[in-house]
Design a binder for this molecule. Structure first.
Ligand SMILES: Nc1nc2c(ncn2[C@@H]2O[C@H](COP(=O)(O)OP(=O)(O)OP(=O)(O)O)[C@@H](O)[C@H]2O)c(=O)[nH]1
Ligand SMILES: [Mg+2]
Length: 282
């Protein structure tokens, strides 16, 4: 039996341990359960309506995993997959999910354009973007990204994969790499801040980060734990993977010069290319 004194001591120690654990999780952005029943939070999100948009180019190996997670989630109301010219079974996999809207474009026009087409077809105001090559997307991930936007705490919430406290700190402070992450939630008005010519290929995420702030909207990052993804070098083989990684990196580096130094977006006005149904579908 514990004496009253040692019982109190134990309770205090437990409380302190819980508090330390809670603070550490909050500091790293891990979602903390505040004891609200999950049904309340689902109802809160369902009042708004969320469209998930998945740009997928030859993601046959992982797409079913992502779509399964989205389809099971009570937070997601609509799922749109946009493939443009995939040569594997990406489109067939998307079509095998009964409630998924599959858009199969004829020609490959890059990730940003695919996202843009998905947004055009999305019915809801809140957009949940996720890459088709992510593994182990859970409801907890979805909820931790969606709730701050739905609750009006931010206008765009970027999911940053957990890489350990030190790397997280540098990534989040330096705002490179992971803050260009493809898993993120935003209001439609944030997506629309990006001029048409930056809604292309791999420019889109860096452009979203830039124009979101430029337009006066708020953004934040949330660290996501236990989220996996398949890198290009595994998907395409070492040579092709490294080549496309270099293409992507070069595009993003040039984009940063444009956005922050040359600022061509200040002078050139361009129009959104027309997304015509007859032109797009396979
Ligand atoms: N529809 C479409 N989706 C694309 C295209 N390029 C990339 N994507 C998708 O965009 C997501 C991210 O592309 P990745 O090539 O994995 O780029 P990344 O995640 O920044 O790079 P990794 O570190 O290699 O994973 C994946 O779901 C791709 O399938 C494209 O041309 N069209
Ligand atoms: Mg990827």
């Amino acid at each position: 039996m514990l004496s009253a004194e040692s019982g109190n001591g134990l309770r205090c120690t437990l409380l302190v341990a819980l508090w330390v654990e809670h603070s550490a999780r909050r500091a790293e952005g891990e979602p903390v359960c505040y004891g609200l029943p999950v049904a309340n939070r689902v109802a809160e999100v369902n009042c708004v309506g969320i469209s998930a948009v998945v740009a997928a180019y030859n993601e046959g190996k992982t797409l079913a995993d992502v779509l399964g997670a989205l389809a099971r989630s009570p937070f997601i109301d609509e799922i749109i997959v946009v493939s443009d010219g995939s040569t594997d079974d990406t489109v067939a996999i998307a079509r095998s999910f009964p409630n998924v809207i599959t858009i199969a474009l004829r020609e490959n026009r890059g990730k940003g354009y695919a996202m843009r087409v998905g947004v055009d077809y999305a019915s809801h105001d809140v957009l949940f973007f996720v890459d088709g090559d992510m593994l182990n997307v859970t409801d907890e991930h979805i909820e931790s990204l969606v709730l701050p936007v739905v609750r009006g705490e931010t206008d765009m919430n970027i999911g940053v994969r957990h890489r350990g406290p030190i790397r997280n700190f540098f990534h989040l402070q330096m705002k490179v790499g992971p803050v260009l992450s493809g898993i993120r939630v935003m209001h439609r008005k944030v997506f629309e801040t990006v001029p048409a010519r930056y809604q292309e290929r791999f420019k889109i995420e860096a452009a979203l980060n830039f124009f979101c702030s430029y337009a006066g909207f708020r953004q934040r990052q949330t660290v996501i734990y236990n989220l996996g993804h398949v890198i290009k070098e595994s998907k395409r083989g070492l040579f092709d993977g490294l080549t496309s990684r270099w293409d992507m990196t070069r595009e993003v580096i040039f984009l940063h010069f444009d956005l922050y130094l040359f600022q061509t977006w200040r002078v050139d006005e361009d129009e959104l290319p027309v997304v015509a149904e007859y032109d797009l579908f396979e």
